[in-house]
Each structure stands twice: as C-alpha cells, then as structure tokens.
Design a protein around this ligand. Sequence first.
Ligand code: AMP
Length: 363
Amino acid sequence: MKIGILGNGQLGQMLASSVTDLSDLEIALYDLRAHEEGKLNAFIKGVDIVSYETENIPANIVAQLESHEAQYEKSKVFPSLKALKIFQNRLLEKNALRAAGIDTADFCAVNSLADVHTAIETLGLPIVMKTTTEGYDGKGQFVLRSPEDAEPAWNTIGNRELIAEAFVPFLRETSVIASRDRDGNINVWPMTENVHHEGILRYSLYPAAGLSAEKAQIAERYIRDLANSLDYVGTITLELFETEQGLVANEVAPRVHNSGHWSIEGAEASQFRNHMLALSGKALGNTDSKYPAVAMLNVIGEEDSSIKADSLSNAYRHSYGKEARPARKLGHITVVADSVEERDLTIDALVDVMPAGVWPPKN
Ligand code: AMP
C-alpha cells in the first residue's frame, strides 16, 4: 500500500520513518512549496491514500483533492477533507468542539470594527482575537485589554474574518492526542503539560504534574467524542487550557503534533506510527508510556546547542536538518527517565537549548 503525505517537513519525515519496518507500506512525501496542479494530480493518482502533515493547505489544493474524490467516488484522503476544512477555520473548529459537547471559551465571529465593539460588550475584556485561518504559533493574534484596543486590533489583524474569544485565565496548557482507526477504535496517549514562550511550544512534560485522574478522564472523553463525531481516521490533537474549574479546549490539529513527539521514544507506539497504522487499516499500537517520566524539548532558533544531548544516555536528539533561523524549529530532544526527579535533572543539564527562564514551569 502506498501512502502519500502532503508536506515534506519534519512531521512528514517522522511519519515516513515511523513505519520503515513495515515492508508492505510505501511512503511518498509531496513538497507543498513546489506545488503544481499536474504534479499533485500525478501524486494523488500514484498513491492509495493521501494524508497531510499540516492543516495549512491552500484552498486550491483542497479543491483539487475534493474534485479527485468526487471523480472517483471514493475517499482517499485521511483524515477526511471534511475534518481538514473544519480544523482549518477556528470558527468551524469551535462550533465542532461545542457540537461534540466539549467546553470552549465563549466566542463570536468578527467581520468589522463594529463587530469588535460588539464582541467587547458580549464577551467582556480581555479578549483574544485571532484570524480564523492560517494563524499558528501565536501569529495573527491580538489581545484586547481595553475598549481602546478595538481599532488597533482591527487594523493589525483585521480586514479579514476573525474570531473573538473570551480570555481564559488558565493555570497551564495541556494536550491530549489520540489515533482513531478505520473501524472506530481509539487509542489515547497520556496527557502532557506544554510550556510555550513567545507563542511557540518549548517543552512538553509527561506526566503533567498533579493532573487529577478526573481531568485526565474528561480529556480522554473529549478527544474520543470529537474523533467519533467526525468519523475521524488518523491521529488528532486537542490542546486544552487547564483552569481552576476544569479543562477548556483551545485548538485542534487534525494531525500529529509537536506536543506528541515524546511518544517516539517515550510511548509503546508513537503518534506517527499510529497515524500510519490507522490510515492503512492496521491495528493501532499501545499508547502507554514506556517510562515513568518523559520530556520533549524543542530546539528552536539561531543557536543549536542540542549536541550535548548526545552525551546523555537517557536523551535522544532529533535534528530536522534545517538551517538555523530565529524562531525556527530545528529539532527536538526526548528525555526518558525512571522518575520525575531524574527527568528534571536531565532537563537541567540541557537547559541551554531553551530560552532563559522558561524552565522549570512557573505553576
Ligand atoms: P493558539 O494559536 O490558538 O494556540 O494560541 C496561541 C497561544 O495564545 C495559546 O497557546 C495561549 O497561550 C494563548 N491563547 C490563545 N487563546 C487564548 C484564550 N482564549 N485565552 C487565553 N490565552 C489564549
């Protein structure tokens, strides 16, 4: 079986390398940056299944995939184009979350400066305003703290469709990741605590310290209900704010996610492998952690000091082979440990890969 992945970045590469031992699966990556209609047509025709490493797929390419499916009257794209289109748009995404019974911040659509003022009246301040499409890593966002922020916010990110969300006073950020196979079986990885800096994920920790069994169960119910509600096939990620009151969904990624990279060495089956197994109709692997404690540290930016991970027996360095550039994800390190103390001591030894002050977590 041949599986084609749209996108040849690190996620596509890690998807491909997760199943190299399965000789009946052949993986091909499509470079979205060198897209040409004819090239994509040939690519789609040459594979049995099409998947993608990113939801940021331009509308013309989505349309081409749709017309291919209509022509052959057979679904070839997993996760489905319906799911992709929902999670490309923050308004559709929030509505899908609500429809699946998942708690989100209150929100409303914003299409004009007048709508910004209405949002302030209905949601109260502060508000996080975001572009409905294409924003990631905190790009295309504006936090409004006073009514005077309305105009600058609209002028900075407006003149296109926006979503206004009530600001969630969260204790910390977490995520839950699951894979759902073609028969509807779902395996869920344990949650991680995710620490961001300047809008970018810096590290993920398993276990999330002090996470109650009750909250973990709710997160698992959320992701199961969401995946089932869309008859989803593949790996799906739900980012959740943890608040005093409970868990509030922020964002969904219809794909493997940076906060799940720990699963390559840390879990019995990785998020990448289970995605490929789900698409190809094979049984999903076990998502349990292999170790009492695991961490994933992102290596980001101009200076890559991750080489020191090579001298640590419980750290695994992944390099994406990219040229260093500010805010660019160059690789990651997985730390595995027999205890949280051992894990945290290892992170202490690797602290230079991260910006000053982000480790340890503040909560
Ligand atoms: P996003 O692109 O939606 O993941 O947002 C990027 C970051 O902005 C999140 O990781 C949060 O730290 C923050 N953020 C987004 N939405 C909200 C919200 N409604 N309330 C508080 N913080 C938010």
